[in-house]
Design a protein around this ligand. Structure first.
Ligand SMILES: O=C(O)[C@H](O)COP(=O)(O)O
Length: 251
């Protein structure tokens, strides 16, 4: 069956805090040199497969914005129309933002670490607005009703706040026949993949998204994937990178 719609997902390249093994969430850190190279390689893959998006959607965090900018520049598509939304942001990691993943694992143990990192419905403790890693008062969220600004999120929370943008901001572009590129984050993409593939709350715990490798979803008329899980444009690199994400925090 030929695809009715094409959707390409890309997680931002390695960030400064990915390389330092810190929980990041909504803290707005940049890309490392390696992360910028991952983004460029992502654009090269798009170009070599002639997978040329017609529109870009990003979060409002610089690591995703910059990844898209570099990748699209490599594909000579720097001019692409773009829309940004906080609803594509990384999961808010609450009081874990800024904390070292290995130290958190050592301090709280494997079970608590995995609950906070990968459980579907248990968020980390909330982050106090007075924290240096809080987004309270950040201008980019000024229009957000205060009750919507998270102080922590579990993946279920991300699904709930991401889906309205999926339906209202992205699906219309797909339905008008556009190839859509989404540049976002590990957990906001886990939330979208869970929705696309109809994954259970239990199955999504084991899902990890690698940095910088485009993931192609060819969708049918009802927006169901023709290939469950999609297709990474560099499958070999994806296998190794997914394993690395899974083992973050473990020396
Ligand atoms: O926000 C972060 O810390 C990372 O980008 C995602 O981290 P995780 O893979 O530990 O959820």
């Amino acid at each position: 069956m030929t695809a009715a719609h094409r959707l390409i997902l890309i997680r931002h390249g390695e960030s400064e805090w990915n390389s330092k093994n810190l929980f990041t969430g909504w803290v707005d850190v940049g890309l490392t040199t390696k992360g910028a190279e991952e983004a460029r390689r992502g654009g090269e893959l798009l170009r070599s497969r002639s997978l040329l998006p017609d529109v870009l959607h990003t979060s409002v965090l610089r690591r995703a914005i910059r990844t898209a900018e570099i990748a699209l520049d490599e594909a000579d598509l720097g001019w692409l129309p773009v829309r940004r939304s906080w609803r594509l942001n990384e999961r808010h990691y609450g009081a874990l933002q800024g904390k070292d993943k290995a130290q958190t694992l050592a301090k709280f143990g494997e079970e608590q670490f995995m609950i906070w990192r990968r459980s579907y419905s248990t968020p980390p403790p909330p982050l106090d607005d007075s924290s240096e890693f809080s987004q309270a008062g950040d201008a980019r969220y000024a229009d957000l009703p205060p009750e919507l600004l998270p102080r922590t999120e579990c993946l279920a929370d991300v699904v709930d706040r991401m889906l309205p943008y999926w339906y209202d901001g992205i699906v219309p572009d797909l339905r008008r026949g556009q190839t859509v590129l989404i540049a976002a984050h590990g957990n906001s993409l886990r939330a979208l993949v869970k929705h696309l593939d109809g994954m259970t709350d239990e199955a999504v715990v084991a899902l990890n998204i690698p940095t910088g490798i485009p993931l192609l979803y060819e969708l049918d008329e009802s927006l169901k994937p023709l290939t469950p899980g999609g297709e990474y444009l560099d499958p070999e690199a994806a296998v190794a990178a997914i394993e690395a994400v899974k083992n973050q925090g473990r020396k």
